[in-house]
Design a protein around this ligand. Structure first.
Ligand SMILES: Cc1ncc(COP(=O)(O)O)c(C=O)c1O
Length: 389
């Protein structure tokens, strides 16, 4: 029996980083210099990030997870506190709240934005609530005016999980310019990568100082200089801290990625528009929300929800069938409370957050990354049409 050939010959992954010769040369330069750990390139990357975002402090770290962890601690979150966030996020948003000793309290999403629904936040506030952690899902900014109004009224801290939102804007402000803490991730899938890495933007000198202490064993910020002739070999540990510092090897990549961020995000937006156009007449799929005119979306993800009841196939079957057509996809996300650990630890059962669950069962992220061609988009759409019959 003759088997039908797949829509495309070569596998198209859901995401690929764009690493050009300048990133490679900069890493080689660090390698040859002998300075491969935290050093001058990390300082340069932080300064460049501060200038780009027009913010007073940027603290570079070895992951977005580390950024969340030490931001929570610096915001004073600890045992006995509750922190409100969304179920539609990566585990790190929630697990770092728990590792800071506090209890995550989830509120459902707004299906129109896929972000946490500000109208549900006040009902979740108790005397123990300390902070709100909005996650800009896929790069579409949360309703920060509504969230900040609630935070102000109840004296809560706002820590933004902006892992998806490097370059997003909300009402004319860059994400990073709004809250006391904004956390970015530079994982290879993200809009800007340093292989692995993260950054916290902080607005007060005191917070920035505390973040720098926590990132490296509680040792003062210029500790790396002690290996230089002009530095002092002595150092002091001022408190307990972590080993969360970014390497010069990572910053070397980031320095050039930042130069291309606007270009990367522009191409992502072009591809998203292309998808939105060609998928608009495909039945039984819900397309991702677009941002209001006063916001800028980074299109980190292109999440499509498949109407599995009408299609008669589960999301997993659709995913496998797309893979057979050489199209990679991702699940962003399985709702937090549906993971075995979080469901049990936080005592949430299925039914607790119906909108997040609806999405969790149906969502697939389609391939979206700057190097993709228009033909790649056409292949994805052809494969979807084939799989949906
Ligand atoms: C929403 C969200 N928060 C936090 C993180 C953690 O970032 P990292 O992987 O850099 O630790 C991620 C990464 O996937 C994420 O998507």
């Amino acid at each position: 029996m003759k088997t039908e050939s797949p829509v495309r010959e070569k596998f198209l992954p859901v995401s690929l980083p764009q690493i050009d010769q300048e990133e490679i040369d900069e890493v080689v330069d660090s390698m040859k210099s002998g300075w491969i750990t935290t050093g001058p390139k990390v300082m340069k990357f932080e300064e460049k990030f501060q200038d780009y975002f027009n913010v007073p402090h940027a603290v570079a770290l070895n992951s977005g997870t580390a950024a969340l962890h030490i931001s929570y601690l610096t915001a004073g979150i600890g045992p006995g506190d509750e922190v409100i966030t969304t179920p539609m996020t990566f585990a790190a948003t929630v697990s770092m709240i728990m590792l800071a000793g506090a209890k995550p309290v989830l509120v459902d999403i707004d299906s129109a934005t896929l972000n946490l629904d500000p109208n549900l936040i006040e009902k979740a506030i108790t005397l123990k609530t300390k902070a709100i952690v909005p996650v800009h899902f896929g790069g579409l900014p949360c309703d920060m005016d509504a969230i900040n109004a609630i935070a102000k009224k109840h004296n809560l801290k706002v820590i933004e999980d902006a892992a998806h939102a490097v370059g997003s804007e909300y009402k004319g402000k860059k994400i990073g310019q709004i809250s006391p803490f904004t956390c970015f991730s530079f994982h290879p899938m993200k809009n800007l990568t340093t292989a692995e890495g993260g950054m916290v933007i902080a607005h007060s000198e005191e917070d920035a100082e505390q973040l720098r202490l926590l990132r490296f064993h509680g040792i003062d910020k210029d500790a790396w200089k002690r290996y230089e002739k002009k530095g002092s070999a002595r150092y002091g540990v001022h408190q307990l801290g972590f080993k969360y510092n970014m390497l010069d090897l990572q910053a070397a990549i980031g320095l050039h990625q930042l130069d291309k961020l606007a270009q990367f995000n522009h191409r992502r937006a072009e591809l998203a528009q292309l998808y939105l156009g060609v998928l608009s007449d495909v039945e039984n799929i819900i397309l991702p929300p677009i941002s209001p005119a006063d916001s800028v979306h980074t299109w980190h993800l292109f999440p499509v929800q498949f109407d599995i009841d009408k299609i008669g196939k589960s999301r997993e079957v659709i995913m496998d069938e797309l893979k057979a057509e050489n199209i990679g996809t991702g699940v962003h996300y399985e709702a937090i409370h549906l993971h075995p650990y979080f469901g049990e630890a936080l005592k949430y059962e299925r039914g607790a957050f119906p909108k997040a669950e609806f999405m969790s069962d149906r969502v697939l992220s389609l391939p979206l990354f700057p190097k993709m061609t228009n033909q790649d988009v056409a292949d994805v759409v052809a494969a979807i049409k084939k799989v949906l019959g």
